[in-house]
Design a protein around this ligand. Structure first.
Ligand code: HAM
Length: 531
């Protein structure tokens, strides 16, 4: 019997439904508009990329790379792997196994299920020759027998095994946990350093991290991000990027945001590394009072201890040295200038010396924006400077800075805001007006249907949202339906309306009803909806 159990979305991955999706669209549309005014262009990067791209950019020791990526083998050469795994450590002891491998490899090559590198091509060619040699050495009549006794055969088997062991089978790819690495990869791949610098790009779309799901934390989540690549690291670039971000939050009417700002210096010995060593020494002194995660981080990445939310560690962390007091002269000057540039733009920030960020590529300016109504996952955006990342990925020395907004969290915060009484009217209209139905066409009589279709078309072309029921309904029922759908107006079209050319428009809020000549309907709706 067929299994009829219901399907459910995978844990931590969710559907987004109307009317909420209208708010998502509004937020994304606002991003397009605001970012365009700062002369950013949209880039769309792939959903998956070589695992190595993310590992090298974000850092092997980070949580994202260490445990949160969804990784798979691009070529799916599992059958070949299985066969080799079975033999692992041993030469082939049966000619049939080599024959089977050669067949699998030939078909994998044709079907693009193995990395088509030159090295693999040479190895496969040679395996084919060894297999042929075996056949001719043995004679066709012996093929398939146990031939392990013959030294010549054993030698060929041994050779085949060595060749097979050198095959590059896996081509690991991962679902993107973020997009900065991809944007840098694209910058290099498309020679964007030849364009006028800096290149200003933004993106929207899903990201994937295998985190423990909770409110505001999902395994598929959405980001709206922007990156400035190339040109200089002049502080106005940092400040203008942050100004754009805050303008965007203002435009979507997000309230209660706090911009946290820090500089984590750079990698020169007299800057961050010296501070990290100082921090390590201080932390070692109090190691016994720290939890297991922080104890481990003393060795792996002492900066991340500053991120700790463990209650009992807070008093200890408060006594640790601040990075701002240990920056090199250039980084200190850069940080001071960024703050000055933010003031110039009227951007309010709060310095937060504990803001270190969880990805390895950052240097100098780092920032995060927190918002209300999000519980513990209250960072609605994170970003910072990452000079050197493009170079690390094989490109020319390039400056870079960017941010990513967590769209899921932004929407949650806007919705929480809309729930609070004082903001209700303003934000509720944001949440619903985009989705609201303007006109429900209540039509009766087969002769009126053609008019109703034409009316729907004209109204939609004029930009109104229109619901046209496909079958005739009594007016009472139709108006009830219009009410349920939250329509603002019902356009009533009966035989009389059509013959007289005077259409009836009912305002569903107060039940007021007027008759208007057809050409005046659109203008009347426009005026009423604007009011
Ligand atoms: P991030 O801090 O890892 O930075 O992520 C940015 C934002 O994405 C976070 O502040 C949060 O709002 C949201 N976010 C992260 N993980 C989740 C999750 N599991 N569920 C829901 N929302 C989440 C980056 O991704 C960097 N690429 C930002 C950047 C761009 N830096 C420079 N350029």
């Amino acid at each position: 019997m067929a299994n009829k159990s219901k399907f459910q979305a995978i844990k931590g991955i969710r559907d987004l439904l109307p009317p909420e999706t209208a708010l998502w669209n509004h937020v994304e549309q606002t991003a397009h508009e605001v970012f365009a005014t700062f002369n950013f262009g949209e880039i769309r990067v792939p959903i998956f990329e070589p695992t190595e791209l993310f590992a090298r950019s974000i850092g092997q020791d980070t949580d994202v790379i260490g445990k949160e990526m969804y990784t798979f083998d691009l070529h799916g050469s599992r059958e070949i792997e299985k066969l080799l795994h079975k033999r692992s450590g041993n030469p082939f002891d049966h000619q049939r196994q080599l024959y089977e491998l050669v067949q699998l490899l030939k078909s994998a090559w044709v079907n693009d299920r193995i990395d088509k590198s030159d090295a693999n091509r040479l190895l496969i060619d040679e395996l084919v020759s060894v297999n042929d040699l075996l056949y001719s050495a043995l004679g066709a009549e012996l093929a398939g027998g146990d031939l392990s006794e013959s030294p010549e055969i054993q030698h060929l088997m041994q050779r085949a095994w060595c060749l097979a062991a050198d095959l590059q089978l896996g081509h690991q790819v991962s679902l993107r946990p973020e997009a900065t690495a991809s944007v840098c990869r694209a910058y290099i791949e498309h020679g964007m350093q030849q364009l006028p610098q800096p290149v200003k790009l933004y993106y929207t779309g899903p990201m994937f991290r295998r985190e423990r799901p909770q409110k505001g934390r999902y395994r598929q989540f959405y980001q709206i991000g922007a990156e400035v690549l190339g040109g200089s690291d002049a502080p106005p670039i940092d400040a203008e990027l942050i100004e754009m971000l805050m303008t965007f939050f203002e435009k979507v009417a997000l309230q209660g945001t706090t911009l946290h700002l820090n500089s984590i210096g750079h990698n020169a010995p007299n800057c961050r590394p010296a501070y990290v060593e100082l921090l390590r020494a201080e932390l070692t002194k109090v190691k016994n009072q720290l939890g297991p995660d922080s104890q481990r981080r003393i060795d792996t990445n002492p900066l991340r201890v500053l991120d700790s939310k463990v209650e009992s560690e807070q008093a200890i962390i408060a006594t640790l040295p601040h990075i701002a007091d240990h920056l090199c002269a250039e980084c200190a000057a850069h940080y001071a200038a960024v703050k000055q540039q933010l003031q110039l733009r009227g951007v309010i920030y709060r310095e937060n010396w504990r803001l270190v960020r969880g990805l390895d590529y950052y240097m100098r300016t780092t920032f995060e924006i927190t918002a209300q109504g999000l519980g513990s996952q209250n960072a609605v955006c994170g970003g910072g400077r990452y000079d050197g990342l493009v170079e690390l990925l094989g490109g020319p020395p390039t400056k870079g800075i960017g941010f990513a907004i967590g769209e899921d969290r932004l929407i949650l915060s806007l919705q929480e805001q809309a729930k609070s009484a004082s903001e209700a009217s303003r934000n509720q209209s944001l949440v619903t007006s985009r989705q609201s139905l303007h006109v429900y066409i209540a039509w009766m009589g087969q002769n009126t249907y053609a008019t109703a279709v034409r009316a729907a078309k004209d109204l939609r072309q004029a930009g109104f949202s229109v619901e046209l029921p496909p079958t005739e309904q009594k007016f009472g029922k139709a108006l009830g339906q219009a009410d349920k759908l939250g329509a603002k107006f019902a356009l009533i079209l009966g035989e009389n309306e059509v013959t007289e050319g005077l259409w009836t428009l009912k305002t569903l809020d107060d039940g007021a009803q007027i008759k208007l000549p057809e050409p005046e309907i659109i203008e009347h709706l426009r005026t009423s909806l604007r009011a």
